[in-house]
Design a protein around this ligand. Sequence first.
Ligand code: DC
Length: 193
Amino acid sequence: MIVAIDGPAGAGKSTVARAVAQALGFTYLDTGAMFRCVALAGPGRDPATLDIAFDGDAVLLDGRDVSVDIRTPEVAQEASRRATEPAVRAALLARQQALLAAGDWVAEGRDVGTVVAPDAGLKVFLTADPAERARRREVPVEEVVERDRRDEEREHAPLRRADDAVDVDTTGLTIDEVVERIASLAREHGAAR
Ligand code: DC
């Protein structure tokens, strides 16, 4: 089974998806980390040649632990820019689909429910108001709004709510409340625990 969690920056996707995966006994996939690796590697590297791997909570790029380096606001903005390139999206889509082909997953990103896993057993669109998202990311609100706009307006696989996604607005909710809501939705949709 695949649980797809999409939404804008700062909605709480990573924290929530990781905890939902833990609660259900599923594996967590952070697709945004893959775009961040492309950004970190730089424009001179063909994205199809990058060795991106996950080892527990660590993200490895060509064998090097880049878990901290990919989390800067600069890498976030560059990842959003590189994510507009069809060649980047195609290279990462192939890998995401290969990973998701077997097993039970909670996968989060911008286009998991619409493009990566359109047959996901449960799709969630996670939102929160921009001021709260900026506060959580400790960046100016203009920065989250700019990234939202680029992610929503790009031509290929834009950030968009799947027609069959369940909306979950995390504004004012605790992480535990959001996790419990999504885990119980997943159980209703067939998750075993
Ligand atoms: O979720 P994140 O902040 O780590 O994502 C960084 C950028 O990567 C995001 O601004 C747009 C891009 N991205 C994407 O285009 N598609 C995804 N499925 C995940 C992320």
